[in-house]
Ligand binder design. Structure first.
Ligand SMILES: Cc1cc2nc3c(=O)[nH]c(=O)nc-3n(C[C@H](O)[C@H](O)[C@H](O)COP(=O)(O)O)c2cc1C
Length: 185
């Protein structure tokens, strides 16, 4: 089972990226979490470009298509979704393979509720399959914890592991809509 992780933060030292890296290290057997790291390379979305997709946008769509599920952790900017991350989502609106894609929403800051609500609205509008059992909010804001520190914290590690297991179970439980809808692992 391949899970594509996507951080909504472009910062070099990011609590959301650290959370996703901790998740990668804690992934249960049978789950491989592969980070998408080219968010900053995506051009501004323009529907005129969709007939001849810019290579970074085509590559982004291909990574999403190949994944059995998407794991997102995104900060809140001005009570909303950071523009760079919303731009990435806009490139998926015209994708024929994104609808029904299982999505887990991680969140490194309990106060970032407006961005989470906005993400839910946007992703639901895009017909993602939001997996409620795989939503996880952890209080990492301003704690300066890198992935190793998160993994070493028993309570944080337990919550991440349990949530990843719930995500895997939800993906395995979904009916296969096409022969290659899931890797079947
Ligand atoms: C431009 C900007 C706007 C922000 N607006 C909000 C906000 O509206 N609500 C909030 O809870 N935090 C806000 N923050 C704080 C970020 O969400 C916080 O720094 C978060 O940890 C960033 O995630 P990261 O560590 O993954 O980069 C803002 C930060 C920046 C730089």
């Amino acid at each position: 089972m391949i899970i594509l992780s996507v951080s909504g933060s472009l910062r070099t030292v990011s609590s959301n990226t650290s959370l996703l890296e901790a998740a990668r290290r804690l992934a249960p057997a049978g789950m491989a979490i592969t980070p998408y790291v080219d968010l900053a390379q995506l051009p501004h979305f323009n529907p005129d470009l969709e007939d001849a997709m810019p290579p970074p946008a085509a590559a982004w769509r291909a990574r999403v298509e190949a994944a059995d599920g998407i794991l997102i952790s995104c900060p809140e900017y001005a009570r909303g979704i950071p523009g760079s991350f919303k731009n990435a989502l806009d490139w998926l609106v015209g994708s024929t393979t994104f609808p029904g894609k299982p999505v887990a929403l991680f969140n490194a800051s309990p106060r970032a509720s407006a961005a989470q609500d906005a993400l839910r609205l946007v992703l639901t509008t895009m017909s993602a399959q939001l997996v409620d059992a795989a939503a996880l909010t952890l209080p990492l804001l301003a704690r300066g914890m890198d992935a190793a520190a998160i993994v070493s914290d028993p309570d944080l590690a337990r919550q991440i592991t349990a949530t990843l297991n719930a995500f895997a179970a939800a993906i395995r439980a979904q009916p296969a809509s096409s022969p290659d809808a899931s890797s079947g692992v």
